[in-house]
Design a protein around this ligand. Structure first.
Ligand SMILES: NC(=O)c1ccc[n+]([C@@H]2O[C@H](COP(=O)([O-])OP(=O)(O)OC[C@H]3O[C@@H](n4cnc5c(N)ncnc54)[C@H](O)[C@@H]3O)[C@@H](O)[C@H]2O)c1
Length: 337
């Protein structure tokens, strides 16, 4: 699967250069799509990695490479809300926690807001309390750039971090609440953080049966020769950022960007129609997508300005959409064969 991936940032541009000092890292949600990609990157750079994940949406298959990597990797099948969680953190003494574990569905948050808050608010507080008890140096948090700013005016796109926060779903509120706690913990307890406000992340290992992964959904259908459905007129826009680029931002944020919320996106709006055209061309098909009814509550346009991440992390989105979707299609082909 890795062989088919786009090449990503040039080696000399990667976070920390060729020889970053070894760090003890703990990744919550490390069996998920983004978390497991980060775990592979951290292990490849020679760091020690503990993963805490309850496997509610993640899988051990995502950690196959990590689990075969030897003694630098440990997996803890554990809910971040469990009383044992803090003990694991205190025992393992990570220097950095990458906090990715979340209830990540907007729909679930609307249907079950209490559950959403339990995982995303209470669970994040547990992470911060454990970090405090274990004297962790820094927490790097996977925030949601797509929900944080509500529905900005077209004139404000791509949206920058100074735009007022105004989430429109319980998920957006719970993900924002964790940022607010991080700001408070930094002031009260000196616990450093960086919150990366992620755009629409895509890449291999994204669940094609989830609600948000349109690239994964299209890729699976195109590889199987099935018709894709575009909801509404297809002119909704999103900011698609490739998972390896996102993981590069997390690696950089281990050392930089303290106390900041930083957008991780491309700044480019891509319509669903355009995305389909790029993906169909990459899959070598002229088949048309069909159009379904518009989905209620979908934000019309979305894009995040990445300039602040460029200044504070030296980060740029490296992967072109056409290259990234090729990586996803290749991963699905490999899975199916
Ligand atoms: N994918 C995106 O486009 C996107 C965009 C913005 C923000 N994010 C954020 O990035 C993070 C990772 O998202 P993803 O797309 O990889 O999702 P994912 O569902 O693949 O990963 C989430 C992981 O967290 C684990 N988890 C869930 N609840 C847990 C709990 N209570 N205790 C322990 N582990 C738990 C799941 O098993 C899973 O492995 C999430 O915090 C999400 O909110 C993702």
């Amino acid at each position: 699967m890795t062989a088919a991936r786009p090449s990503g940032p040039p080696a000399q541009e990667r976070a920390g250069g060729a020889k970053a000092p070894k760090t003890r890292c703990l990744v919550t949600g490390g069996a998920g799509f983004i978390g497991s990609t980060l775990v592979d990157r951290l292990l490849a750079e020679g760091h020690e990695v503990d993963v805490v994940d309850d496997l509610s949406s993640g899988t051990l298959a995502n950690l196959a490479e990590a689990r075969s990597s030897g003694g630098a990797f440990r997996f803890h099948n554990l809910d971040i809300r469990a009383p044992d969680f803090a003990q694991v953190v205190v025992r393992r003494k990570p220097q950095i926690i990458f906090h990715m574990a979340a209830q990540a569905s907007v729909k679930v948050s609307v249907d079950r807001p209490l559950f959403d808050a339990e995982v995303n608010v209470f669970g994040s507080l547990q992470v911060l309390e454990a970090a405090r008890a274990a004297r962790v140096r820094k927490v790097v948090y996977a925030a949601s750039g797509g929900t944080l700013y509500g529905e900005p005016d077209g004139a404000d796109l791509p949206v920058a971090e100074h735009h007022p926060h105004g989430p429109l779903s319980p998920y957006g509120v719970s993900k924002k609440a964790a940022i607010d706690y991080m700001v408070t913990y930094r002031a009260l307890h000196g616990l450093e953080f960086t919150a990366l406000a992620l755009a629409n992340v895509y890449g291999p290992r994204q669940d094609p049966h989830g609600e948000a992964g349109v690239v994964a959904i299209f890729a699976e259908r195109l590889v199987k020769g099935e018709t894709c459905t575009i909801f509404g007129d297809g002119e909704h826009t999103r900011d698609y950022v490739y998972v390896d680029d996102v993981v590069d931002a997390f690696a950089r944020a281990a050392k930089r960007g303290g106390g900041l919320v930083l957008n991780i996106g491309t700044g480019v709006e891509t319509s669903t129609n355009h995305l389909y055209r790029v993906m169909a061309a990459a899959a070598g098909t002229r088949a048309q997508a069909k159009h379904g009814p518009e989905r209620a509550g979908d934000v019309r346009r979305s894009a995040l300005d990445p300039d602040r991440a460029s200044i504070h992390l030296g980060w740029k989105p490296w992967t072109k959409l056409a290259d990234g979707v090729n990586g996803v299609l290749a991963a699905f082909r490999a899975q199916l064969s």
